[in-house]
Design a protein around this ligand. Structure first.
Ligand code: SIN
Length: 527
């Protein structure tokens, strides 16, 4: 048990219940007082939708060094090498721990089955239930968490990070009633943000409703640095059928041999990269985007016929979802187009998940740890969540035991009390259209300026939030505005930040854009 002179409710509050949050809480629960706060039910986390799996160098003939090289190459010069080292070297131990915790990865003849995904130099993706990896991992971790003694607070929105008078995080305020602004305070020695991504801020997204970037807004508003907000990754192949959700068609389908073709059946990605369907995600998304612009068609197609009848066995969730919309993936091509999928940018953290605000830690998609650079390598995100959540919570507990308790000071909210005249539904619609149109797969200055103006207008109009729906919209608008500002500032194309008006990468931009609410933006050049 952590020893602190002034009693707090908890040693650590973990915000979020995806794989990063669950893993952080499980690592802390045996030795500390832990609360997990989650927006929905415990099992609503974004990670459960992960299909492709977890990349780790565990196979015969693989090596963390090879995984390191692939990750660095995908990141287009902006990965933090020391963070990637940590990821690839600690990754295999985290995978073994998952197996000890009861996760059943798919095997064949007693050996782990490893899949191929784009830009990996060899098959190294562990998966479970075929294409249900996230669900399998979350189910095992939730079972363990329920028995761990950690307190779980469901259906609660975090509306602010509490800070001491000397500027350290010391808990969170939460609200559980959408109709009221009434908040409850949870005091803690440290806070670990694991609240997931922001891709649901775009009109077309593979993510669940909850992925609206509120963790970034909370940390920024409390005074932490955020970085890399211009790097929103678009998945090349989301289901594109009228009336169907933008359901993810995993990269692993291409890894098994499926082709991307246009209406005439031509594999056009080969025109831009000899690796074709297995080129980096940024290359494939751009190729599809340009094909759609050129042809005026609403989608291209994923042709699974090279996989044959095996496709439905290997990808049961994808086959069942497509079947629900009348599509037999073994016989009919799947209509697909890009959709917002993963936010690389986030709360700037060091190798131990520490943000620049003392006592505040971040891990998983809400963090910008430096492992993904300008373009995330497929299936590195669950690994990042596992590796850095454990580092973050370990460091948070160390901080909690060593730092003297401060006097609770201000609660930093993402808004100040004033009435808002904006209808939240209209505000959400404005944000989502603005980002999709102006800050989509390919952007330019005028589109970004227009998007920025719209997001800022929503942010300002909701700064008087007194009810939870308006506070949520305000947080989303704050994060969306950071995306636009960063994408405008980075005057080059690199990885998943593609500017049609500035199509080349520039040495001048070899570094990270870091933003702070009082100090503005700065550029941290890589050496
Ligand atoms: C996929 O299965 O294609 C998604 C995996 C990922 O985003 O890493």
């Amino acid at each position: 048990m952590i020893n602190r002179a002034a009693p707090t409710d908890y040693d650590v509050v973990v915000v979020g219940s995806g794989i990063a949050g669950l893993s952080a809480a499980l690592s802390a629960a045996p030795r500390a007082r832990v609360a997990v706060v989650t927006k929905g039910a415990l099992d609503d986390g974004c990670s459960r939708y992960a299909q492709g799996g977890i990349a780790a160098a565990v196979g015969d003939g693989d090596d963390p060094e090879l995984h390191y090289q692939d990750t660095i190459a995908a990141g287009r010069g902006l990965c933090h090498p020391e963070a990637v080292r940590v990821l690839v070297e600690e990754g295999p131990a985290r995978v073994r721990q998952l197996i000890e915790w009861g996760v059943a990865f798919d095997t064949q003849d007693g050996e782990l089955l490893l899949a191929q995904e784009a830009a990996h130099s060899r098959p190294r993706i562990l998966h479970a239930r075929g294409d249900g990896t996230g669900l399998e991992v979350e189910t095992a971790l939730i079972r363990r968490l329920r028995a761990s003694g950690a307190r779980v607070i469901e259906h609660a929105d975090v509306t602010g990070v509490l800070t001491t008078t000397d500027g350290a995080a010391c808990g969170v305020s939460i609200t559980t009633n959408p109709a009221e602004s009434h908040t409850t305070t949870l005091s803690s020695s440290a806070v670990v943000l694991a609240s997931g991504g922001a891709s649901r801020l775009w009109r077309n997204s593979t993510n669940p409703e909850s992925a609206t970037g509120d963790g970034v807004a909370l940390a920024y508003s409390a005074g932490a640095d955020v970085a890399g907000m211009e790097f929103a990754q678009f998945h090349p192949t989301a289901l594109a059928m009228d009336g169907a959700p933008r359901f993810l068609i995993s990269e692993a389908v291409r890894g098994e041999g499926a082709w991307i073709v246009n209406r005439d059946g031509r594999r056009f990605v080969l025109d831009v990269d000899p690796r074709g369907e297995l080129a980096g995600r940024d290359v494939v998304a751009r190729a599809i985007w340009e094909e759609l612009e050129r042809s005026g068609e609403p989608c291209v197609y994923l042709d699974c016929s090279p996989i044959g009848a095996r496709a439905a066995v290997r990808f049961p969730t994808i086959a069942a979802t497509c079947a629900r919309y009348g599509l037999d993936i073994a016989r009919q091509p799947i209509p697909v187009s890009p959709a917002a999928h993963y936010m690389i940018g986030g709360v700037r953290t060091d190798l131990d998940g520490a943000s620049t605000l003392p006592g505040l830690y971040a891990c998983g998609e809400v963090a910008n740890s430096g492992v993904h650079g300008a373009n995330r390598l497929a299936s590195n995100s669950l690994l990042e969540s596992l590796v850095f959540s454990q580092r973050a919570v370990h460091a948070a507990l160390g901080w909690a035991s060593e730092s003297p308790p401060g006097q609770p000071g201000s609660m930093t909210r993402t808004s100040s009390p004033r009435a808002s005249l904006l209808d939240p539904r209209e505000g959400w619609s404005t944000l989502r259209d603005a980002l999709w149109t102006g800050a989509g797969v390919v952007r330019d200055e005028s589109g970004l300026r227009a998007a920025s103006g719209k997001c800022e207008a929503v942010r300002v109009a909701t700064s008087g939030a007194t009810t939870l729906p308006t506070m949520q919209l305000h947080a989303a608008a704050s994060t969306a505005s950071l995306v636009c500002a960063a994408a405008l500032a980075r005057e080059e194309s690199r990885g998943c930040h593609l500017r049609s008006d500035l199509p080349q990468a520039s040495d001048q931009w070899h570094g990270d854009l870091v933003m702070h609410k009082d100090r503005g933006a700065r550029f941290d050049r890589h050496l």
